[in-house]
Design a protein around this ligand. Structure first.
Ligand code: FDM
Length: 212
């Protein structure tokens, strides 16, 4: 049946620097899965639609000032407020393609100098992704791509620090994809990895929790 563990959806996260192509690749992946008849949704963090998300959005737009730990905990709260819906959707068989997750939370805050273990702590107990796709692109290249907007973190020097923090966080289970390739080539590589993962989750791979 649609609600047993054997047919659950996969929790698939895309990570990478600003302007590496995560957002367009994420929506293409959802279309791809839907085209194959799978139930799939595009999610993103921060989710700016909630009241916590609106505080985060104001901060990112430089309309408010918050200290580094306060904004870190708001980003984390923004994931916690979506956790039960996430679990419900996955158990109902929907695959979630998530544009940024806890790794962005830890990489961006630790790039400011906040202790890495402190950054991880509020993330403990969130659902662990079944798959992390890292869209790998040098910060210099990403910064040239259509330019950055005006948001708080969209500066080359900061993005270089974020890249180093992602390096510390990444583990051997992450799939690194060279995001400097043509967009169609990146998409083809992502599609294969994602489909394999969706099928593995349908076969009964259990859900697990961060950080394990
Ligand atoms: N960001 C994103 C964080 O600093 N912490 C987090 O937990 C998350 C999810 O917010 F610069 C940063 C990353 C990025 C900014 O991202 C907003 P989008 O993808 O441009 O909305």
């Amino acid at each position: 049946g649609a609600c047993n563990n054997e047919s659950r959806g996969a929790l698939i996260v895309l990570e990478g620097l600003d302007r590496c192509g995560k957002t367009s690749q994420s929506s293409r992946l959802v279309s791809y899965l839907e085209g194959l008849g799978h139930s799939a949704e595009l999610w993103r963090f921060p989710d700016r639609t909630t009241s916590v998300g609106q505080m985060i959005s104001a901060y990112l737009l430089n309309q408010s000032e918050l200290d580094d730990r306060t904004i870190h905990l708001l980003f984390s709260a923004n994931r916690w407020e979506k956790r039960s819906m996430m679990e419900t959707k996955l158990k109902a068989g929907t695959t979630l393609i998530v544009d940024r997750y806890s790794y962005s939370g830890v990489a961006f805050s630790s790039a400011k100098g906040v202790d890495l273990e402190w950054c991880k702590a509020p993330e403990i107990g969130l659902l662990a992704p079944d798959l992390v796709l890292y869209l790998d692109m040098p910060p210099e290249k990403a910064s040239e791509r259509g330019g950055y907007g005006d948001e708080r973190y969209e500066h080359l020097e900061f993005q270089k620090k974020v890249a180093q923090c992602y390096q510390i966080l990444c583990d051997p289970s992450w799939k690194m994809v060279d995001a400097c390739q043509p967009i169609e080539d990146v998409q083809k590589q992502l599609q294969k990895i994602v489909l394999d993962n969706v099928l593995a989750c349908r076969k009964g791979k259990p859900l697990s929790l961060l950080w394990s």
